[in-house]
Write a protein that binds this ligand. Structure first.
Ligand code: FES
Length: 94
């Protein structure tokens, strides 16, 4: 199933299949999305979830503090969109 992903503040939008990570879906859409490890460790791909959209990590959830979870930290390299998402990342450009 596909979901819409919006990136703020760049105003980019793309569709993400549930079987793709959010990072993979962004790359398929030609978006220059930041990443390094692609394993949920380095935080280069971390966005803030602004709409409370659903993200699944399967059985490999990232290691984050309750505070980071509260703030909506979303690891796009290992996270899969399960609903429409609005994500904030200051370093993604149009
Ligand atoms: S690319 Fe390193 S945590 Fe996502």
């Amino acid at each position: 199933m596909k979901h819409k992903v919006k990136i703020e503040p760049a105003g980019l939008e793309f569709e993400a299949e549930e079987f793709d990570s959010i990072l993979e879906a962004a790359e398929k859409a030609g978006i220059d999305f930041p990443y390094r490890c692609r394993q949920g460790v380095c935080t280069a791909c971390v966005c803030i979830n602004k709409n409370g959209g659903k993200v699944s990590y399967g059985d490999m959830p990232p290691v984050i503090t309750p505070d980071e979870e509260e703030k909506g930290y979303t690891f796009c390299c290992i996270g899969h969109a399960l609903s429409d998402l609005v994500l904030y990342h200051p370093n993604i450009e149009k």
